[in-house]
Design a protein around this ligand. Structure first.
Ligand code: AMP
Length: 424
């Protein structure tokens, strides 16, 4: 009869089991390597921030603030939020620690858990891991292209192919208001064809209507005015250069006039990267320029660009083609009797110091059970310490493939194993 499980993890929050942790580590290692090469330094901001930080930056009308924030009140009556994204906290930290006094641009990267109260589904969790790269303090479009290149480098190092880069410019405070006006007027003329959410968005966040997934809204959107026709000279020139740099870097892109990314702080370039044929899991990474964020947070100009990638989505792709390859131990240490167990504990430490991976089961008494364990691990050598061996100062070395057993002096066992592993 199966036992009823009393506790389960919270909806949308999952355990990272050893076989997935292997891929998490692999991604983190590659992210770190690429970050170091491009001159990024690591930053980790707290998981909790004042909720106001996100209200003001991500935007009151964004989905994140409207529906997806995990909020909590402290005993001191502060309203805090589990961070839903990494850019606003990084910019907060930039000003808090006066990084504007450092050599610009400041390049920072992070890797950690984020929280959004979304409907859990494929590729969408309530706690998920993101890594991100942010370049703060420089306005050159070359950096927009460089951020995109970094993600392509990362995916290529993880052997993730067939990437689709979608890119758009959403203008800035000079030209976006004109576009918004034209869009709102168009949407109002077709309001009866829109879903209830989009009806609300016309007033609160009209650009978000553009990435609504509802079929009937899609039809309205397909003939909507396009932002690229409304860009001011400055935004147009910036975007033209970004595209030229991407061409120079050999990064193919799709202009997607419907890509808006839904957060208030973006200006000019926005992008998302998908894997062809895997659109159903969503974007693997996304980002853009956010030149207005410094003004919102510290009333200071701070041109900046960045992007973030979703670890679980990348893990799901890696899991499909690679299997979990734990570094396999080749040696197993078995013991029989109390004196031998004591010696085995000590010997195990000596193997650790010699950096030889050894498995043991000092908690087991039966030699048969230990040998079964060793067999399941598929080790090449089993070392057996019994009471007699302890008295003699020896140890039995059993070669599992030939079945041959040899007695070795205890003080020689490490060098003997080293020699055998080297010759294998
Ligand atoms: P965003 O800030 O929404 O563009 O998120 C950046 C990346 O994080 C996305 O491209 C996804 O790969 C990943 N991501 C965002 N939200 C979730 C989620 N709820 N669950 C899993 N991954 C997510």
């Amino acid at each position: 009869m199966s036992q009823k499980i009393i506790f389960q993890s919270v909806t949308g929050m999952h355990d990272i089991l050893p076989e997935d942790y292997f891929f998490f580590k692999k991604i983190e290692k590659q992210v770190e390597e690429i970050a170091l090469f491009y001159g990024f330094e690591r930053i980790e901001t707290p998981i909790l921030e004042f909720a106001e930080l996100f209200f003001h930056t991500v935007g009151q009308s964004s989905d994140i603030v409207q529906k997806e924030m995990f909020l909590l009140k402290t005993k001191g009556d502060d309203l805090l939020a589990l961070r839903p994204e990494g850019t606003a906290p990084v910019v907060r930290a930039y000003f808090q620690h006066s990084m504007q006094n450092l050599l610009q641009p400041v390049k920072l990267w992070y890797f950690g858990p984020f929280f959004r109260y979304e409907k859990p589904q494929l590729g969408r969790y309530r706690q998920f891991w993101q890594f991100g790269f942010e370049i703060l303090g420089e306005k050159s479009p070359a950096l927009d292209a460089q951020i995109i290149q970094i993600f392509f480098d990362l995916f290529s190092s993880l052997k993730i192919k067939n990437l689709v880069l979608k890119i758009n410019s959403i203008g800035d405070k000079c030209c976006r208001p004109y576009y918004k006006k034209a869009l709102v007027s168009y949407l109002k003329s077709r309001v009866h064809l829109l879903c209830p959410d989009c009806k609300r968005r016309i007033k609160e966040n009209p650009l978000r209507v553009l990435d609504c997934k509802e079929e009937k809204c899609q039809q309205v959107i397909s003939s909507a005015p396009q932002i690229l026709d409304y860009l001011c000279e400055n935004c147009k020139a910036h975007f033209k250069l970004v595209l030229e740099y991407l061409e120079e870097l050999g990064l193919p892109y799709f202009l997607d006039p419907k890509l808006v990314r839904g957060l208030d702080y973006y200006t000019k370039t926005v992008f998302e990267i998908f894997q062809e044929g895997k659109e159903e899991i969503g974007a693997l990474a996304g980002g853009g320029r956010y030149d207005g964020l410094g003004k919102i947070l510290a009333k200071k100009e701070l041109p900046a660009v960045g992007g973030a990638g979703g670890v679980e989505r990348i893990v799901s792709l890696l899991r499909e083609k690679t299997s979990f390859e734990e570094k396999k131990p080749k040696v197993f240490l078995a013991q029989l009797g109390e004196k031998a167990r004591k010696k085995a504990l000590k010997l195990f430490e000596e193997f650790r110091k010699a950096k030889i991976l050894v498995r043991e089961s000092v908690g087991k008494d039966s030699l048969k059970a230990q040998l079964r364990h060793a067999e399941r691990l598929g080790v090449k050598y089993v070392l057996i310490l019994g009471e007699r061996e302890v008295l003699e100062g020896t140890i039995i070395l059993k070669d599992m493939s030939s079945g041959q057993q040899t007695k070795i002096k205890l003080e020689k066992i490490i060098s003997e194993i080293k020699k055998r592993l080297k010759n294998n």
